[in-house]
Design a protein around this ligand. Sequence first.
Ligand SMILES: [Fe+2]
Ligand SMILES: [Fe+2]
Length: 288
Amino acid sequence: MTRILHLSDLHFGFHRAALVEPLLRRINTAQADLVVVTGDLTHRARPAQYRQAADFLRRIGPDWIAVPGNHDLPLFNLPGRIFRPYAGYRAAICRELAPMRRIGAVQVLGVNSADPLAIQRGRLPRRMVDGLLARLAQAPVNIVALHHPLQHRPEVDKALARGAEQALARLEGVGAQIVLSGHLHVWAAGAFLDPVAGRGILQIQAGTALCARPGDLRNEFCLLDIQGAELTIERHVAPMDEPGFRPPEYLHFSRASGAWHPLGHSPDQETEPIPTDPGATETAFRTA
Ligand SMILES: [Fe+2]
Ligand SMILES: [Fe+2]
């Protein structure tokens, strides 16, 4: 079994400070093989915020990789944004903007979907996807990790990343199995699976792990347990009005038939599952 911990949208600088230690405790006791951070590590890419993010990452026990989000590029320093957009990220987080790791049968490929020429919107140029596809076929299970989702539900009022639809079709065509993303601050897993036919790719859209802006309804992260064609997602949620994380809830998916299908929640679930679509306000979508 391979155990991946998916974190996203930490937004250091506008983060829920009281949740940092509980989050680190959960991360460091989860026995994950790899932690994957899908962008927006800082709120405004300021040096002090990068220091906070780097301190946090230094305290993570397992190996980790990260990709940049739109908030990791300087917003107000225009020359910096245009000429050295990733200087702060590279100095504090990682020099590599599209890292990859192989753990047993599972390969995780990072993609840098941030665009220095756009404030929020991402981009997935064809050449970037060409490079991704060239690396992709080398493992039985391929997971792609990027900040901007490849598909949006109708209630999302953000523009989809440029090239997202083409990238999704190409990834599906070559057999990528899972896409991890962030940016929307609203959790969703399996939202784009056809109820009958399933789908070749399972998209897991993370909520925010630490951001404390008014539109954020909760903080959360998840763990993916991958074993053959089976996937269990362990979702850890810390509602804003509660002091820490609740006991996790479990969702099960299978691609034994060749396409992903949801198998539902664990039958022994002790509490009512937190909804996949929490009915987030418009604000929650606008503020990511
Ligand atoms: Fe974002
Ligand atoms: Fe964000």
